[in-house]
Ligand binder design. Structure first.
Ligand code: FES
Length: 129
């Protein structure tokens, strides 16, 4: 079972669990203001270890649009299939304007339907990345 470390917590995660949901399982109220559909970036995290070397096309598109590619990953576009250590950026605790509303509950499956690509291939497909 993969281990997830987030902030000061480490939990066992069922393999294949969406990272955004696993972070919530750890008791961290991470943002997912678009409901986990690769539209908002409030679910973004920084990896300390275990960053996947693939990325959904939807994640790549959004990170690139927002100038965040190479700095952050979208936890709604990642599944836990190995050990990971992450730091969430936006949570209910540091975003008081959310009034505790982290967003609609994400589906258990990655949405939009995941098309994973090697990051290097995505980078090579766009000179602006
Ligand atoms: S981009 Fe909105 S929840 Fe991931």
């Amino acid at each position: 079972m993969p281990k997830l470390s987030v902030l000061d917590k480490t939990i066992d995660v069922p393999a294949g669990r969406r990272l955004v949901l696993a972070i919530e399982d750890a008791g961290v109220r991470i943002g997912h203001r678009c409901g986990g559909n690769a539209r908002c970036t409030t679910c973004r995290v920084q990896f300390t270890s275990g960053e996947p070397d693939t990325m959904t096309e939807a994640e790549y598109r959004l990170l690139n649009e927002r100038g965040l590619f190479g700095q952050y990953r979208l936890s709604c576009q990642i599944v836990c299939d190995h050990d990971m250590s992450v730091t969430p950026v936006m949570t209910a605790d540091n975003q008081p304007q959310w009034n505790g509303d982290t967003g609609p509950a994400p589906d258990p499956a990655v949405k939009p339907d995941a098309v994973w690509q090697p990051i290097e291939a995505l980078r090579g497909a766009s000179p602006s990345a």
